[in-house]
Design a protein. Structure first.
Lengths: 297, 387
């Protein structure tokens, strides 16, 4: 393997891992907030891609106007998702009811986008382009890297930093965490848990929607984008269920392993990822980091 | 007076319902039903939409000319979603309907193969829209194929790559879905037969069907000493692969880019835009077509569906309905399924995707077309009569 191939695969793996990491971080936030695993996480990413496509391709808004409007839409959709999928079932006798509802929501979202925007995939232009409209490429010696990968890495790191800062350092974040740990006690102290849950769903959708915008130039806008969530699940378990840092590191590992596995087992890259997951489940079932879910339990 | 009124109303109701029933029965007897197994929901629904439009267009045209043996055709669609189990259930649902005299099967050979035992048991003519030679290997006397088989496609790809493009070390990217795994095996064997020194370890890049990220494969192709890229897959991967190949800076100027049928599909060209330019396609369907029937179909289909271009699924389903209708005409019956099935052997006409004539392997097609995408248009280069 040449150095240029190594660098290409490594950067590709890291950028994919970053997408999984953002999805995984969203999963952990929801698990912490309401205690459910969201099986429609990838579909929230897909919705984000479609919304950005609608604003950018149909309404032809420039990026600096499109993105703030998209963020507002993401937040609204997150809240609507919360009130339709989680809220009606929050007191169900079986906690699995909400998880099943997220699976149903996944199918509904996939069919809904096809009803609204049609079944054909749509191309989204790269964020940074050459004068002729082709995606900008960075050439360093023999290494050829699409700038889009570097944007994914950069934006992903900023989002992770902001979310960690919000939950670990800021007062609002601590209020949200307190409400998640014990909603009854938080309500007694005057912290409205409904608002903190709404805020969590809005943040998760903003993160997922932004991921959708980042991957759309590479993967196109299509209803099957949700399949990316499977690798995020694997990364979250490898990192340690409940820890945001663990989810990020686990997902980055998954991305890199997946990328390099194509060298030796090209048709079986998914198998490689899930083999890694099985190895972790057998040898280190708690994952790399112990998260706050463990503390709560 | 009131005593007479009630029996009078009852009598009127009885007589009118008898007449209504009679006319409904008459209308019913004037209809012949054809089934279509395709994806109405799920990730393959675009293929399903196109196949349904193609089949409906054929039925509309046949009915406008007086139908078949004096009866009008009607299409019944069953949803196969995106898995073999659902496809088998959808086929069985159609087979259970005694009014259905023929079925246009799935675009996916693996789904057809899974449904074939039920087809044989029910004894209904079944045209699989998949291209795998595995379908004909099952030797099911009720199953037919209207597309060129992958055995033929493999040889044509190899001939084009080696003889025309003068490539010696092609990289072959392919979906590991059964249809494209089978096509890859045919291409690989044909390239070996042509004397190329290639190995699976070095030249094969299989990718899972649901993957979105082809960049690691493309990076390896660019880092290796390959002189051609052959890509085999469905419509959605085709567009994304074009996009990611362009993003990686791999152009047709650096090495020839050759795809399977999907690379000249409407979905690929529309979605990938400029990134699809330069790609060759070894295709069983070329939008615009390579004969008069194909050109007319393209015109009719675009007017009917409102789409800018036709696609393989539409053309295959369109031709399959015509094949069934032709067999019914030859058999002289719209009800005797065994006679209709036997008459399939005598079908011969110019369809949209090929000139159709019975072959012993139960397939009808005999032509493939080499196309190239130039400035967002599919430009036919030459047609190949492979038998």
């Amino acid at each position: 393997m040449t150095l240029s191939l190594f660098v290409s695969l490594f950067v590709d793996g890291l950028s994919m891992g970053m997408i999984y990491a953002l999805l995984g971080m969203g999963l952990i936030l929801l698990v912490r907030a309401v205690g459910i695993l969201n099986f429609a996480q990838g579909d929230l990413l897909m919705i984000g891609a479609y919304i950005c496509g609608c604003l950018f391709l149909d309404l032809k808004l420039p990026l600096w106007i499109m993105f703030p409007i998209a963020i507002v839409w993401f937040a609204l959709i997150g809240i609507i998702f919360m009130f339709t999928v989680y809220w009606p079932l929050r007191k169900a006798s079986y906690s699995q009811a909400t998880i099943i509802a997220t699976m149903g929501a996944s199918i509904v979202l996939q069919e809904a986008v096809k009803l609204i925007w049609g079944s054909s995939p749509r191309a989204m232009p790269a964020i940074v382009q050459n004068a002729n409209g082709s995606p900008k490429i960075l050439n360093v010696g023999q290494v050829t890297l699409p700038i889009q990968y570097l944007i994914i890495l950069g934006v992903g790191m900023v989002i992770i930093y902001l979310v960690l800062k919000l939950f670990e350092k800021l007062y609002v974040g601590k209020l949200m965490q307190a409400a998640c740990q014990d909603a009854y006690a938080a309500n007694l102290l005057g912290i409205p848990s409904i608002l903190t849950i709404c805020a969590t769903y809005a943040i998760v959708m903003i993160v997922c929607g932004t991921c959708g915008y980042l991957v759309a130039p590479q993967f196109m806008i299509r209803s099957t984008l949700g399949t990316l969530q499977l690798r995020a699940f694997a990364g979250v378990v490898i990192g340690g269920f409940g820890s945001i840092t663990g989810a990020v590191i686990g997902c980055l590992i998954v991305g890199v392993v997946e990328s390099f596995s194509t060298l030796f087992l090209s048709g079986y890259k998914d198998v490689t990822v899930f083999l890694l997951l099985i190895i972790f489940l057998v040898l280190k079932p708690t994952g790399l980091f112990k998260g706050k879910i463990g503390d709560k339990a | 007076m009131k005593k007479l009124l009630v029996p009078f109303i009852v009598a009127v109701l009885v007589v009118s319902s008898a007449f209504a029933g009679g006319s409904a029965e008459k209308a019913k007897s004037n209809i012949v039903k054809i089934g279509l197994v395709t994806a109405v929901t799920g990730p393959n629904s675009l293929v399903g939409e196109e196949a349904t439009e193609g089949a409906k267009l054929a039925i509309e045209q046949i009915n406008a000319k007086g139908g078949v043996n004096g009866q009008m055709l009607e299409l019944i669609v069953a949803d196969e979603v995106n898995n073999a189990e659902a496809s088998v259930l959808a086929t069985q649902e159609l087979l259970a309907n005694p009014e259905i005299v023929g079925i246009v099967g799935s675009m996916y050979s693996a789904y057809c193969i899974a449904a074939m035992p039920s087809v044989a048991e029910a004894g209904v003519p079944f045209i699989c829209l998949g291209s795998s030679s595995g379908v004909s290997k099952e030797k099911n006397r009720w199953t037919w194929q209207d597309r060129p088989l992958d055995t033929a496609q493999g040889k044509v790809v190899a001939n084009f790559v080696v003889d025309t493009l003068k490539c010696k070390n092609p990289a072959i990217m392919h979906s590991t879905q059964s249809t494209f795994q089978s096509l890859y095996e045919q291409v690989f064997a044909a390239l070996k037969e042509k004397g190329l020194n290639i190995t699976e370890a070095r030249n094969e890049f299989g990718f899972p069907e649901d993957t979105s990220n082809y960049a690691p494969y493309i990076a390896q192709v660019m880092a290796g000493d390959y002189d051609c890229l052959i890509a085999l897959g469905n419509q959605n991967p085709a567009g994304v692969i074009c996009q990611q190949v362009a993003q990686a800076g791999l152009t047709s100027a650096r090495m020839p880019l050759v795809g399977s049928t999907s690379w000249c599909s409407n979905v690929c060209i529309t979605a990938a835009g400029d990134a699809a330019n330069g790609w060759y396609s070894i295709s069983d369907w070329c939008p615009g077509g390579s004969n008069e029937t194909a050109a007319q179909f393209e015109k009719d289909y675009c007017a009917y569906s409102g789409r800018a271009m036709s696609d393989l699924a539409a053309a295959c389903a369109y031709d399959a309905v015509y094949i069934l209708a032709e067999a019914m005409k030859i058999a002289g019956t719209n009800t005797d399924k065994a006679k209709i099935n036997e008459a399939m052997k005598h079908v011969e006409f110019e369809g949209a995707i090929s000139y159709f004539k019975y072959n012993e392997d139960h397939s009808f097609a005999s032509t493939l077309t080499v196309t190239q995408n130039i400035n967002g248009k599919v430009v036919p280069q030459f047609a190949i009569q492979y038998r």
